[in-house]
Design a protein around this ligand. Structure first.
Ligand SMILES: [Zn+2]
Length: 311
């Protein structure tokens, strides 16, 4: 009895592992290259995002995103580009993710600007007497203490440069929920054989969720490679790069889209120098050139990967 069960478990395990391996190879072979890019200009409408001295993150992000669309059209004529907004409107992150998923994008790029709070310097400029009321065993009593007097001075934060984020690999509950709901969307992206493979698997079968997590891992790896490339290209263009990063808390919209996703912080709107750059024609062109170059490199590497797998 015990032995039988073990054999059964072993057989089952072998089948599951085998189908997972063959699925993995097929997913890699059949995975489409870059056909559709979703650009998501950060914030908008009632949500201006961070404020500079004279511009808002929402306006700068939209201007860069619209320009980026033109750059993509010129450099990648066979790639379709969809924007989550083209005017100054507010979309919730859920709406943004829905737009991206409905459009069945292969890549999601959020455009934002960064901001850093002014740094506070606290100085003791003297002392003063302060009277407190304390209660001891029901008896109120007044005591006087000498306390320091402070003056706060604020200096503009000097933080500047670019950062590119990918979502946290620790999946949020929302992502899990969405991933389960969107199984059909996910399998649609695969070729008919693997689609059949996934659909034939019982929902309660752990293999099914393993396959979905395999696809999630693939998105994550692709997003990470693009994020690194973008920051590399920013460096090559002479920008100060604060590197590719993973935010501890995670970024909801990046985790909710069913495709590789990155968020580009194009500069610090709180830094006067960066704000001028972000609002200038030259600055916006340079940002678009960097992202376009990176996406071309990303697309080429996907195509090379497919060729290697096919051979
Ligand atoms: Zn933002």
């Amino acid at each position: 009895m015990k032995q039988n069960r073990m054999i059964l478990a072993l057989t089952y395990g072998t089948i599951a592992l085998f189908s997972l391996i063959s699925y993995s190879t097929q997913a890699q072979n059949s995975a489409k290259t870059l056909k559709r890019i979703i650009i998501d200009p950060g914030h908008g409408g009632t949500d201006p995002g961070a404020n500079g001295k004279y511009s808002t993150e929402a306006a700068v992000s939209l201007a860069i995103s619209l320009k980026l669309q033109d750059y993509f059209h010129d450099a990648l004529p066979n790639v379709e580009v969809v924007l989550t907004r083209t005017t100054d409107v507010f979309n919730t992150v859920v709406e943004k993710a829905d737009i991206a998923n409905a459009a069945k994008g292969d890549l999601f790029i959020c455009i934002h600007t960064n901001s850093a709070d002014p740094s506070r310097n606290r100085q003791i400029i003297g002392h003063t007497k302060k009277t407190y009321t304390v209660k001891k065993k029901g008896v109120k009593r007044k005591i006087t203490r000498v306390v320091p007097l402070y003056r706060n001075t604020y200096k503009p934060n000097t933080a500047k440069g670019t950062e590119t984020y990918i979502y946290n690999v620790v999946k949020s509950d929302q992502r899990k929920e969405m991933a389960d709901e969107a199984v059909d969307d996910v399998v649609e992206k695969l070729d008919s054989v693997s689609e059949k493979q996934i659909k034939e698997i019982d929902e309660a079968d752990p293999t099914r969720s393993m396959m979905i997590s395999l696809l999630t891992q693939q998105y994550f790896q692709r997003a990470a490679s693009l994020a690194l490339t973008i920051e590399e290209e920013f460096k090559a263009a002479g920008r100060l790069s604060r590197e590719a990063k993973q935010r501890q808390k995670g970024i909801w919209v990046l985790a909710a889209v069913q495709m590789p996703a990155v968020l580009v912080e194009t500069g610090f709107i709180s830094n006067p120098e960066d704000e001028d750059y972000l609002n200038s024609e030259d600055g916006q062109n340079q940002i678009c050139e960097v992202i376009t170059k990176s996406v071309i490199r990303y697309k080429n590497s996907l195509e090379n990967q497919l060729k290697t797998n096919a051979n």
